[in-house]
Design a protein around this ligand. Structure first.
Ligand code: C5P
Length: 236
């Protein structure tokens, strides 16, 4: 895959005009933009339309976790909005993830392109102790691999995972199982609240198919230059 196609820019902004300006500035450097819960709540699906009109792809990062029927409808509506990828908490169970696949297929029958459906395994903000609090006794790594396997069995296309887990997931579930990785920091960027970070080059080496980058690009004085630098680093 061309490194340019691997970059997903997180549109974590407070005002719609900031999102529009960023998409404009990154017109030649980024094709995929991640819309998370906060911007989606603030700006609504209008933001998806803005991105679509500019020829950009959307990663709708709502981390859906609900009963199967609701999830089927969520995947269906997202596909009708031409979303490129979206995600679901694996903890919702296999029946829930299978419902997501059915929702995407329903849209496919109406001529829509099916979005890439991704599982969210264990949030990177969780550690072993956090898992135990929920009643899960297994280690983070075992839980991630278990959830990723469940996602694959349910028919999802891949998972969102830390680059540190990417290699093991690929080994277990095969090259074709897509891995999307946040927590990316080039050496020249501030870490912010991210702790376990990897560089763009390391993430690709570990098996990430797509990398999600927010602040190192959106807070840069020159977002396009920052994006180009990251693309170059992936190439290297
Ligand atoms: O600014 P930064 O590059 O840290 O942004 C990363 C984006 O990826 C944010 O939108 C964040 O919510 C998201 N994300 C993450 N770690 C996860 C899952 C999602 O950083 N495990």
């Amino acid at each position: 895959m061309d490194p340019r196609e691997r970059l997903i820019v997180a549109l974590d902004v407070e005002h719609l005009h900031e999102a529009e300006e960023l998409v404009e500035k990154l017109a030649d450097s980024a094709d995929i933009f991640k819309v998370g819960i906060a911007p989606f709540t603030a700006f609504g699906p209008g933001l998806l339309d803005v991105l679509g009109e500019k020829g950009k792809k959307v990663f709708l990062d709502l981390k859906v976790h609900d009963i199967p029927n609701t999830v089927l409808n969520a995947a269906y509506q997202a596909a009708r909005k031409n979303v490129f990828m979206m995600n679901f908490h694996c903890l919702g169970g296999k029946a829930m993830m299978e419902a997501a696949v059915k929702g995407a297929e329903k849209a496919g029958e109406e001529g829509r392109r099916k979005p890439l459906l991704l599982g969210v395994t264990v949030l990177t903000s969780m550690d072993g102790e956090g898992l135990r609090e929920t009643g899960i006794g297994a280690s983070v790594e075992d839980t991630v691999l278990k959830f990723a396997s469940m996602a694959k069995e349910a028919g999802l296309n891949g998972v969102v995972a830390s680059a540190r887990e990417a290699k093991k997931i690929k080994e277990k579930l095969g090259e074709g199982f897509v891995i999307v990785t946040p927590g990316i920091r080039p050496e020249w960027a501030a870490k912010g609240d991210q702790k376990r970070v990897l560089s763009p080059k390391e993430a690709i080496k570990e098996g990430a198919d797509y990398i999600v980058v927010g602040r190192p690009i959106i807070k840069a004085d020159d977002p396009a230059a920052a994006a180009e630098k990251i693309i170059e680093e992936m190439e290297g």
